[in-house]
Ligand binder design. Structure first.
Ligand code: NAP
Ligand code: SF4
Length: 674
């Protein structure tokens, strides 16, 4: 008997059966744009070998105007079919099933050629769309239908028609965008005509024995979004139009409510999908912040859906399902929902990967082959850099010992996990513990390794991390001054009024920690209220009329930096706005362009600009230093002085702009070469 009977149960679709209830949701990785179809095929085949029931590809444009950006991958021509066939053949050989997502971006397309229901520009694109005329609409339908027919020819098991997240089809549904007065606008009957017509004609073109998923926006999270009655009406019409499965979409991309970031509670929106259960007779998939087999199992056992969609968890671990089925859930590399290597890359025009699994989307290039001459290797430092190196070395057959002067592994991850909204880091540390034990790595915690202790190893990897930068402010040795380590690691008492010096990732984290009591991420109701999410049966689009209702801040915090630019400018591309909004909701004062003059018993004295004008006292009880970090290289230097050539990685190598993503990637890549 499996631990996950609901998750691993087959799903009979009539003409075909999925082997379990897990869908790998669509992700735009950038792989298809490389046109290296072997690489694309290997990405999907690895996930097929890992046992997932059904995969959906990244969004494929049906035509040029529908592409997310000019040159976005699609199925425009019959010539593309043979490329896609490389992927579907490889997936089928691996025992998997795969559907192609058809994504028409409408006014979200980053292109002057973008089109929509009406000429209403989106707040997240600089390009106003052209309002389509009736012929233009017919062309879009026909292109989507042609793409579906080509997908069938290319060997896909189905298509997913992307109707949510504020893309083209969604743009017809709501009056927020659709201002038309013809048969495609006005009444809801008219506004939903396009998605229903698309589904009907796709079904007509592909025949009955082909999976047709429709991704339906169940809670728009924008003003003037759909009502719940409209969602149900659409779902029924889509079912009648011939869809096989309904997938859940949560929030438009322009919504100012987070939907998948790490601070969003796990399974935060499955209650929305549950409302649709019983309204239609085809299977319904739920989605968003489901990242462990147990969460997936609970969601299904609670009757929230017939199937769960997980996307990013399959970047973190292609073998998610196989490991769950084998009772090895602790061995699953967890997606911590950080977006750092996946969505942040996508939105920066870079290839996606994964912070915890740098091999994601690099399957053909970053390969951990068995070592030809297994060596004895010491890794000093049990933070993300050291751990990823040690695990990859062990996987290659080397004999590995880890040393760390701390009495627990995880390094700075242990501080990150203290921050409200970063609870997923607990799971990452637990994963590393389980992996180190499984790999039989010799673990020396609470041990300060020196040159003599490392003498007998064939190779030494230095991953000793960082030390806090000394900002050299007059008075910083006073009793009212703490470092971020005192606050996050040693839980030092902090006064009621606080100045945080330094507004990098750590300054933001510390500010969030200081203003929050408990963590809304651990309390779904509190989180929904904090961000102003309502039941879509009570409020259009699920946007609470009273707006966000955060708890009062537990401290009065001022966050400072010397640069004159906006604070948090260098935070994650897709998550920086959430951190800024969270602090704004907690009335954190953000001040840039300061000079730190001195600290005394009254607080922090600052001035402004190069001329050091407008001297001011920021009267606070505590000042917390978060002024960046410097490499900790003393052991590396001692080894070099003793004639050794250690490999220096992570923060010990370069501290600036250090994050776990770079550390893990660098460690894994080094291990692949030793
Ligand atoms: P950081 O991002 O480099 O920020 C350092 C801050 O200290 C800056 O605001 C900087 O602003 C200020 N600073 C630099 N030199 C200073 C000096 N001499 N005196 C006073 N202030 C000074 O470093 P961090 O905040 O320590 O974070 C370390 C790394 O961890 C970051 O690179 C980040 O990527 C990662 N991290 C990421 C996250 C995340 O959410 N993704 C969270 C935590 C940490 P001014 O120079 O303008 O004063
Ligand atoms: Fe998940 Fe972060 Fe990896 Fe993206 S980069 S898949 S969010 S762990």
């Amino acid at each position: 008997m499996t631990t996950y009977p609901h998750l691993l149960a087959p799903l009979d679709l009539g003409f075909t059966t999925l082997k379990n209830r897990v869908l790998m949701g669509s992700m735009h990785t950038g792989l298809e744009e490389t046109k290296d179809w072997n690489r694309v095929a290997e990405f999907y085949a690895a996930r097929a070998r890992g046992g997932v029931g059904l995969m959906v590809t990244g969004g494929m444009a049906p035509n040029n105007e529908g592409g997310v950006f000019p040159g976005a991958a699609g199925l425009f021509s019959d010539a593309d079919i043979s490329n896609h066939k490389i992927v579907t053949d490889r997936v089928h050989d691996a025992g998997g099933k795969i559907a192609m997502q058809i994504l028409h971006a409408g006014r979200y397309a980053y292109s002057p050629d973008c089109v929509s229901s009406s000429a209403v520009k989106s707040p997240i694109s600089p390009f106003p769309p052209k309002a389509l005329d009736a012929d233009g609409i017919e062309k879009q339908i026909s292109d989507i239908v042609t793409a579906a027919a080509r997908a069938r020819e290319a060997g896909y098991d189905g298509v997913e028609v992307m109707g949510s997240e504020g893309y083209f089809l969604n743009q017809f549904l709501v009056t927020h965008v659709n201002k038309r007065e013809d048969e495609w606008g006005g009444s809801y009957e008219n506004r939903m005509r396009l998605p229903v017509e698309v589904v009907r004609r796709v079904r007509e073109a592909v025949g009955p024995d082909f999976i047709l998923i429709y991704r339906l926006s169940m809670i728009d999270l924008i003003p003037n979004g759909s009502t719940w009655a409209e969602v149900v009406q659409l779902a029924k019409a889509i079912e009648a139009g011939g869809a096989t499965i309904l997938n859940t979409g949560i929030g438009w991309h322009e919504a100012r409510i987070p939907t998948i970031a790490t601070s969003v509670p796990r399974r935060a929106f499955t209650w929305v999908t549950k409302k649709l259960m019983g309204e239609v007779s085809i299977p319904v998939i739920t989605s968003n912040r489901i990242n462990t087999p147990q969460v997936g199992e609970d969601v299904l056992a609670d009757g929230c859906a017939d199937m769960v969609s997980m996307a990013r968890p399959f970047l973190a671990d292609p073998d998610f399902v196989a490991k769950a089925a084998a009772g090895q859930a602790t061995q699953i590399a967890p997606c911590i929902a950080c977006n750092q290597a996946c969505l942040d890359h996508t939105f920066s025009g870079k290839m996606s990967s994964c912070l915890v699994n740098p091999r994601a989307c690099h399957e053909t290039e970053l390969v951990l082959t068995p070592a030809s001459h297994p060596k004895s290797i010491a890794v000093v430092g049990a933070g993300p850099a050291g751990l990823s190196t040690a695990l990859a070395l062990a996987e290659r057959g080397h004999k590995v010992s880890i040393f760390d002067k701390a009495d627990q592994l995880g390094g700075q991850l242990n501080m990150a996990k203290q921050v409200p909204g970063k609870e997923e880091f607990w799971g990452l540390v637990d994963y590393y513990k389980a992996q180190v034990a499984r790999a039989g790595i010799d673990l020396h915690l609470g041990v300060t390794a020196d040159v003599a202790a490392l003498a007998d190893f064939d190779d030494v990897v230095i991953a000793t991390g960082v030390t806090p930068r000394d900002p050299k402010i007059e008075g910083q040795d006073g009793p009212n001054v703490l470092s971020y380590i005192d606050v996050l690691r040693h839980k030092a008492p902090v006064g009621q009024r606080v100045a945080v010096i330094g507004a990098g990732g750590i300054g933001f984290d510390v500010a969030e920690y200081l203003v929050t009591d408990g963590s809304p991420t651990e309390d779904l109701q509190a989180w929904l209220e904090e961000w102003g999410v309502a039941d879509p049966s009570d409020a259009r689009g699920g946007v609470a009329p009273q707006g966000p209702k955060p708890d009062a801040p537990v401290r009065e915090v001022t966050l400072l930096q010397r640069k004159a630019q906006k604070l948090g400018k260098n935070l994650g591309k897709t998550t920086g706005w959430i951190h800024r909004a969270t602090l704004q909701m907690k009335s954190v004062k953000m001040v840039g362009g300061v000079n730190y003059e001195r600290i005394d018993a009254q607080g922090l004295h600052v001035s402004y600009g190069e001329a050091r004008e407008n001297p001011e006292l920021i009267a606070v009880d505590t000042i917390v230093l978060c002024a960046g970090q410097l490499p900790e290289r003393s052991l590396a230097d001692a080894l070099i002085a003793a004639g050794r050539t250690p490999h220096v990685i992570g923060g010990a190598d370069v501290a600036a702009e250090l994050d776990a993503k770079r550390a893990i990637d660098q460690g894994t890549r080094l291990a692949a070469t030793l």
